[in-house]
Design a protein around this ligand. Sequence first.
Ligand SMILES: [Zn+2]
Length: 557
Amino acid sequence: MKPNRYDYLVQQMRGTLSEVIESETDLLAWTKKYRLINGLPPELPPSQVAMYNDLSPEVVVMKGTQIFISEYLVNLSLWALDTKFGSRGNILYTMPTQLQMDDFAQSRIDKAIEDSTYLRRRFEKAFLAKQVNRTRLKRIGGSSLHLRGSDSLKQLISVDADIVINDEVDWFTEDTVAWSKERLGSAKQPLFRAVSKPTYPGYGIHLMYQNSDQRHWQIKCEHCDRWQVLDWEQNIVFDIDSETSSAYNIQCLCVHCKQILNRLSANGEWVADFPGRQVHGYHLSRLISPLANLKKMAEDSLNITDIPKIQSFYNSGLGLAYAPKGGHLSESELRFSSEYSFEPATSGYGGVDVGLKLHACVIQYTEDGLVVCQAEEFDDFSELDIWFKRNNLRLVVIDARGDPRATLEWTSKYPGCVYRWSHIENMNDVRYSEDTQEVKLNRTVLLDTMYSKIRDGQLVFPITIRQVPGFISHMRALVRELVKDQRLNRLIPRYVGAAADHYAFALAYSVLAAAHDNTSPPPRLTGRGDLVSAGQRSGMSTSSWTGSGSPRGWRVR
Ligand SMILES: [Zn+2]
């Protein structure tokens, strides 16, 4: 049908009208009016108001967790859909996997719609008009919200978007960001938003933030009127109870006048390190979130040798990229004791590395923690039978790969006592299976656990262990590095080493075995006073603090 002048006029009027509607309902006003969270209008942290008002083409957000950024992204999506942003109102929302995206669509987006009378009506109308409203595609009056995993994006080659949202971009496959940006090619007012918890320095969102104008949230102290960016080490002060390792008296203090500082103060502003750069970058630490559990963060911050914990403290807590130091273990990091010598264990835990030789370690719980009692090399499995009996072994973990057949045969002689270990890439929690006598765990986690215990002084070595040929060099052979996983296309931590490392694995297996048996008494921490203030380093056993260049996050009070 040929359009006549009347149709043209109506179209013009509609266009003008929608422009008026758009300008009246900016994202912030729309959110306050139409979004209800738990039945109440949302209360935004002061730091996020500016983000809601920022409609510049490219915004990247490097963030900790529990800071309401998901809400921001949900609001942005629904607002754009509802108001036909950029005259089409097409949004492409992407998460690392379709599984995550579907879950998010149901738990966050569908919930947001259900919770709001206005949105429910809008979608009901769309539903009545027979517009699809499935998990992966939501439509209102010709506008579409596509919800896709980066693993299933390529099916959307024909999508023209006005807004592209990349959520948890550090876990995306590599070309996803560039590909999804191309979908903005025909947009009148293209908006690109990338958000993630950071992982490693110079990678993913951290790299994007580095290239942005790098905004920091500054707040003003109400006592001395001076401005500051909240910093864990500068502003947060606490004590710890050395017995329980719990933190108390946690306070946020002004870095200048040392009086109490309200970390949630509305008296704040974003300040860019590089004003004028095209990409706007926001860094959001959990310190500026009302949900922050400072006590838990303080306790995690002290776990300087527990690599996964400290990684999570920086990434999820502070929203900062972090790479744990992965250099060779130095001999001085081993806690030697002359009180112990090599002798058979009375109740031991064993680990066996299977190669040309069999390398075996035995450890045992004592008042000083786990002590290494044996480190030996054998030629065949029959010697392991004698070793097993001599050390009264409660549990043994053995490498499944070295000589699979002989290992299986030997293992089957000790049901419930010997387990074969295999590496599983994505398995960060230990999994035992009784019937097959197997234990599965990621190799990096296996070694992290042992090296953490060593650096933490929880493993004690008899001085005479220096005389065991190869022992120290095996322990030092492995270096923790970030390597590119070709399949996942991202950086992952991995131990690499060219030299022989048999005893390192044998000891790691015995540590795994000891951890499984929870009938044993827990290791007792030594060298710590009954109650020490956080700042009093002298009260700590020095070995517990190896690896920290400077006191982290705590101050002498
Ligand atoms: Zn002050």
